[in-house]
Design a binder for this molecule. Sequence first.
Ligand SMILES: [Zn+2]
Ligand SMILES: [Zn+2]
Length: 145
Amino acid sequence: MAIDSSISPSASQAAALIRDTGARLTQPRTLVLACLLDQSEPLTHHDILQRLPGEGFDAVTLYRVLEWLTEQGLAHRIAGADQVWHFSADPQREGHAHAHFHCTVCDAVTCITDVPLPRKLKLPAGYAAEEVELLIKGRCPRCAP
Ligand SMILES: [Zn+2]
Ligand SMILES: [Zn+2]
């Protein structure tokens, strides 16, 4: 099936980002990345499947596409306090360079780009850091008392 990148600005942005990787442009990759680009909040597998009804791809395809986008640096994933992965588009490929917030009331996970991660962590001898995550738990503005 041909990919009509004129459908939406995010679909054409997604197609351009995927073409930049040199990899094959497939409809599931374009649709999933466009879906993430359209959302300001990170989405779970379940959220994405619900937002792409009738596109004819299953949970396994979605899983593979999300893995691929993460490997390419076009998306980043955050484990919420519920240990469910949440995915966010990363068109600038900045990685996990910011904190995330998990609302304990509505379970929404939000990228807090205003809160950068500590650049240098002093670790005991023999420890080599590969990834730093900062997850803040609490109540989001919608759920504040
Ligand atoms: Zn909330
Ligand atoms: Zn984020």
